[in-house]
Ligand binder design. Structure first.
Ligand SMILES: Nc1ncnc2c1ncn2[C@@H]1O[C@H](COP(=O)(O)OP(=O)(O)OP(=O)(O)O)[C@@H](O)[C@H]1O
Ligand SMILES: [Mg+2]
Length: 262
């Protein structure tokens, strides 16, 4: 395998646009993401955050624009021109996707261990003992008692389900994880613990992530940089501390002054 190309970004997004019928949900979004970097996408409800995330993650094809990903050993490759099999492989290995609602990202009726082991099996691991040991290890890493390995996520609390979804995504050591409001379905104390865990894991694993959130505290805690969206446009982009401490765009100023905070 070639050495990673550290001179080019992990992800290069250019001119992504999406409309639903007459409504333009997203205008011309462009940015780069570097290896190990966490980017927050913030903005009010309906501003196009999920539309952007789903387009980049090739879950919902945009009308225009390109997304290039630095494939292991292969340099930057256009995601939308890959075959479906290549896209699926990427989604199962080097990418992760954490849904707001854990039920959308888990198989609720199969065991926690099988939920974690599934992506490893997708990579060809068939050894039961190793699968089980890795699953148990990952349950521990996300602070779920490994004794619950045979229980289905249906029997887990909301916070446990979300942590299990994270373990399921991270077990293949992806290089990029997409997260849509990963903490917003949970109550405040559970949110704080999950955020702490996400922060630890992204740092330990040098994981790049794009985190959609309407909560500026989440951006502050997790993200190196942020994009601010309003009505389908990126209106401000920059280092998290700079944007939050010295917002330039009137809409960001409004957000930061907490007028629009829930
Ligand atoms: N499947 C769809 N069909 C039609 N319109 C859609 C669809 N999905 C999103 N939209 C529209 O696109 C715009 C952006 O929606 P999007 O879901 O990206 O917002 P968001 O920033 O993620 O909001 P929220 O914080 O509420 O999740 C909205 O006007 C929404 O009504
Ligand atoms: Mg959304």
């Amino acid at each position: 395998m070639n050495a990673p190309d550290t001179k080019s970004p992990l992800l290069r997004v250019r001119g992504i646009a999406k409309r639903y019928g007459e409504r333009v949900a997203l205008h011309d979004a462009s940015f780069d993401l570097w290896p190990g970097e966490v980017l927050a996408v913030v903005g009010e409800s309906g501003s196009g955050k999920s539309t952007l995330l789903n387009a980049i993650a090739a879950r919902d094809k945009p009308d225009a624009g390109s997304v290039e990903f630095q494939v292991r050993g292969g340099g930057l490759q256009e995601v939308f021109t890959m075959t479906e099999a290549q896209q699926r492989m990427l989604a199962r290995t080097d990418w992760g996707f954490v849904h707001q609602n854990p039920a959308d990202g888990l198989r609720m009726d199969v065991s926690a261990g099988a939920n974690v082991g599934e992506r490893l099996m997708g990579l060809g691991e068939r050894h039961y003992g190793r699968l089980r040991a890795t699953a148990a290890e990952w349950l521990g890493r996300v602070e779920i008692d490994p004794a619950r390995i045979d229980d289905a996520p249906r029997t887990f609390s909301g916070g446990m389900r979300q942590r299990l979804q994270i373990a399921r995504n991270l077990v293949t050591q992806p290089r990029l994880v997409f997260m849509d409001e990963p903490t917003s379905g949970l109550d405040v104390s559970v949110q704080a613990r999950l955020l702490d865990l996400l922060r630890q894991l992204t740092r330990q694993m040098q994981l790049a992530a794009i985190v959609v959130t309407h909560d500026l505290a989440v951006a502050r805690l997790l993200a190196h940089r942020m994009l601010v969206m309003q009505q389908g446009r990126v209106v401000e982009a920059g280092l998290t501390d700079q944007v939050l401490d010295d917002p330039q765009h009137a809409y960001t100023q409004l957000l930061v002054s907490s007028v629009l905070q829930p």
